[in-house]
Structures are given as C-alpha cells and as structure tokens.
Write a protein that binds this ligand. Sequence first.
Ligand code: FEO
Ligand code: CA
Ligand code: CA
Ligand code: CA
Length: 647
Amino acid sequence: MTPDAQNPAVETFEDYQEASCSNPRADDRPIGALIAARLSRRETLLAGMAAIALGAPRQAEAAGPSTLGFKELPLGLDETHHVAEGYEARVLIRWGDKVLADAPALDVNKLTAPAQEKQFGYNCDYLGFHPLPRGSAASDHGLLVVNHEYVNSNLIFAGLGAGRAAAQKVSKEQAEVELAAHGLSVVEIRKTAGAWSVVEGGTYARRITGTTPMTISGPAAGHDKMKTSADPTGTRVLGMLNNCAGGMTPWGTVLTCEENFNGYFGGDAEKMPDAKLYKRYGVSKASWYSWVKHFDRFDVEKEPNEPNRFGWVVEFDPYDPASVPVKRTALGRFKHEGATYALAPDGRVVVYQGDDERGDYVYKFVTTGRFDPANRDANANLLDEGTLYVAQLADDGGVKWLPLLHGQGPLTAENGFASQADVLINTRGAADLLKATPMDRPEDVEANPATGTVFVMLTNNTSRKPEQVDKANPRTNNAHGHIVEIIPPKAGGKPDHAATEAKWSIFLLAGKPGIDAGARYHRMTSENGWLSCPDNCAFDAKGRIWIATDGAPAAAGIADGIWAADTTGYGRAMTRLFFQAPTGAEVCGPCFTPDDQTLFLAIQHPGEDPGSTFETPSTRWPDFRPDMPPRPSVVAVTRKGGGIIGS
Ligand code: FEO
Ligand code: CA
Ligand code: CA
Ligand code: CA
C-alpha cells in the first residue's frame, strides 16, 4: 500500500457503481465552452453536438482523433511491466544499486545503514532530469534526481510477515536502515547508443536520507514551535521524510516535498498541549513505523515540536553535492505531493502545490522577488519571501486564490495565529478559516507549459458525502478521482500565474465509463483508455498530458500505469494506455528529457499486495531471481530506433 493507503482514512478501490457518460467536447474553446463541461450528461452531450455541428472540430478530426501515435496497450495486471509496441522500457537503477562510488553491493540478507546510505534508496517517486552541462538542453547527459518516499518493511526484511504489521516489528538496527532508505538520490546518467546508464563514480552522486543535516529558513525558522532539545535554535533539522513528488526551480535547484510525515511519529498526542495541531496533521499514537520505540525524537511526549519540523518543501542544488538542503517554510506546511513552478509574466516565480489528504486544499506560492536568469546566486533565497495562497473553486467556474497572511481576515492572534510563522506551521488550520475548497486529495498540480493552464490531479475520496459535493468535486464516494484544469487569466498575452483569480474546468472524471457513476472522458476513449486514481503528471513539448496512476483496481485485474492524452484539440481527454506497472506498484515521477525522446518512470512499491512478504512476494520484479525480493526501480522509456515519445 502507499502511505496514502496507509493513512487509515484512505480506502482502496471499491465496488463499481452504475451509470456514466463520456465527454464529447473538443476543447481548445473559450471559458464558456469549458464551463459547459460541468453541465449534466445530457447538457454536455448537447454542447458537444452543438460544437461539432458548428464545424469547429472538423478540421482537427480530419487530422485524426488523437495526436498520439502509439498503439494502446490492453488493460491488464501481471508480474512485470509492459510498454506500447515499438518502445523499450529498460531498468536504469534499482533499490540497493550503487549511488556513491564506494557503495557496497546490495546484500538483501544483511542490510546495514552505512551501506544503504550509499546505495539507491527505496520506493522511488519524484524524478527530475537536470541536464549537464547546467543550463543546457542536453538530453543524453544529466543528473537524475529521485525521491525515496518510504519503505515496505515486509519486503526488505525477512521474517516480519505481511502488511503494515511488519513495520512495527522492526528492530533499532533495521529502523536505521529504513531511515537511510528514505530521502533522495542524485545520480549522473548518460545515454550511449540509445541506452541510458548510470555514470559510476559520478562527481555529482549524492544520497540524502532521514538523518542528513539540513537548515530551516523563511518565516517559521527559529519560532518556538520549531525548537527541540537537539536544536534549541529551531533552524536545523536532521533529515527529510516521506518525500513524495517535487519539482525544480527556473535556476535549476530541486524542490523535494515531504508528504505523510505524520506516520513516523507516535506517543500520546491527544494528551499534549498541541493536540489540536497534531490532529489536523494526523499525528497520533497510531504510528505506522517502529521508529518511535527506538528514537526519542519521533515520540511527541519527548519531543513535542519535532513533527513541526516536517511537512515542508526542501530545496537543494543538485549541481553542488555539498550544498545543504533547506526547508523553505514560506511555502507552507502540509502533506505536500509536489511543488512545480510557472513564471508569471513579470518574472515572479509561482509554485503550485497539492495537499494530499481527503478534503484538503490546493495552494500556490508567489515570490515577492523576480527570477533573475542572468544571476543564479540572486535567486538563491527567492523562496523565502512571498505570499502563500489557497484555492477556492466556486460553482460558477471561478477560482479565488486566498492569501494566507497573518493579520488578514481571521488569521489573527485570537484565532491562534500570532505571527506568520503560526500561519505556516498550521497552514491547514489557517486555510480552514479562509474557507478554502476541500478537494478530493490533491496530488500533482502542474502547469502545462504549452497552454499555460494548470492541471490538478485529484486522486480519489471515498468519504465525500452528498451534502459535501460541489461542482469541482462532483461525486460522492469518488473511488477513481478526477482531474481539474485551472485556467489563469492572461496578462500581455501570457498566462498570469500570479493573478489572484482564475477559472476552472473538469478535464476528466476517472473510472470505467458505463460502470462508474459519472466517469467522463472523450467519447472516443477506448475500453483500455480509462484510468483510476491519477497521481503524478508530465507534459511533453506538444502540451500532451502523461498521467501516472496510484490505485488502479487490482481486484478488477488492472494495474497502475501511464495514460496519455491531448489537452487541446479534438483528442482532448482521449486517454490511452502507454505503460503498465508490475503488480503492487504505482507509477510515479513521469519525466521527459528536453528532447522528449526519453520518458523516465519511477516504479514504486512493486509487490505491495496483500499477503506479500520478503519470502513470498507477489512479484520479484525486476530481477526475477529467487533470492531477490522486488526492487523499486527507475525505468527509461525510449522508442526503438529513437524518436519522440508518443509522436
Ligand atoms: Fe505520496 Fe500523494 O502520493
Ligand atoms: Ca507513493
Ligand atoms: Ca503521489
Ligand atoms: Ca498517491
């Protein structure tokens, strides 16, 4: 299960339900037409027919129903991965492979923390490709940045049994291995004769773990609630945890995002003075791991402020292996999925973020200063000053970005917000007071560089009640999730990502058309084209969306994978299956090289199936050796003979 699934509030796939519709609209149309997408099925069909009758999409249809040229995979589920015909998906790096030059070979029967600190970590999620040389558009040489979100104790240690219970049996020595398997890897990679490989002993190679020293900056740094006995200054912290997705900055640094940090902490949170704060963030006695038993800092009774030092966006420079990672508190504290940037026309940097929890919010941060493309150092602390906004999506199709600023509206001392630091440490509580729109678990929030519109992956939410339904989250028991598109206004002909208002529209409603209530795609989406639980996404240079899923209905014989679709023109929302993951795995971090000829994918938690153990896993992907458990790995997808992916 993913940490999302480890959250007791999050359920897995549920029974199919009745009724559906498809979405016939062709959508490079203006806002009025976009709003039509939120009408009922009958109205939507009529709107689509009207558009076709007007002849608008005819030209596009003549060019083919979709611009994607690959032959779709059939839906399925088995022990290995599959990619569309004519493509290759080669394993680039696996859990336990060498990252630092002096890393020992993986010995699965004798894992140690010192070895794991030099080896590729577990459960790869976010992927970022940073070209070498820096600032170039090189597509055959670069740094690959990979998050390691969490570990499956039951699949890395012998004798612990299956499922979540295994994590509770972990010894102190094993917990140290787990801390070392978290974090992030930087590896130098190169493509030679069409195939990617890791450059051994690359000078940029780096591991960041759950114990790597890092600093805390921005308005919450040094606040009393950030101080611990190990760090009376409130400005230094050991490690980052549950780094899920991420992003990069225009100056080439990495933004790696802490998500379900709450699960590592334990102790009697309910009896502590900060019980309310803990509760809003899910910190409770029910720790998911054994760490609380072995290390005082994970016990809130012993170190009540340690959880406040997690749940942040962490920035570091992958081109400098000695750079100290920085937790940038100005971007808010919550269960960050990712953090992706878009530039406003005036040069301010806008960072979009999702808080992955049922009923939580979509955020963006807008810097006060402007990006300076000529002076990299001048951008170094740009993310320490700016305004954090939370989104309110109205039923009339409007978006309001509400500023989370101490002293404004209800964010005052009498409501528990005596400073901007208080607002940021309890970002969720502040956003609650502003009446932000509770969403169906916001995962990636990412601007399409070709169109300037922003796509919000809403992975699922089976707990939305009928009275909680709104137009932007239109389904109760939303087991399959949906994708919302936010359309910023234009300034000087360019999308103004810094604007405080925008429009929104639904891109697709996931699930199986004809089976799941309200499932909605392009009307020509094939029987293999439907998907469940969108999580991460990437855009190619043509503006097409590549959607990675986490939570496909295994009970229905369907694996997670990658589905691609046009975002404009006739083929809009006509999703097609491109890649299928091995059983138990989600697909994360889709990432193109600048030339769109390689698509890197993170295959996370292969073998994470009920009953799966170290001794008898549900798959031994990718090695398929009887003495090797499954290994989370990055694969590089290329076209046989070369060429643009999906062209
Ligand atoms: Fe770690 Fe929101 O997925
Ligand atoms: Ca994950
Ligand atoms: Ca995710
Ligand atoms: Ca997820």
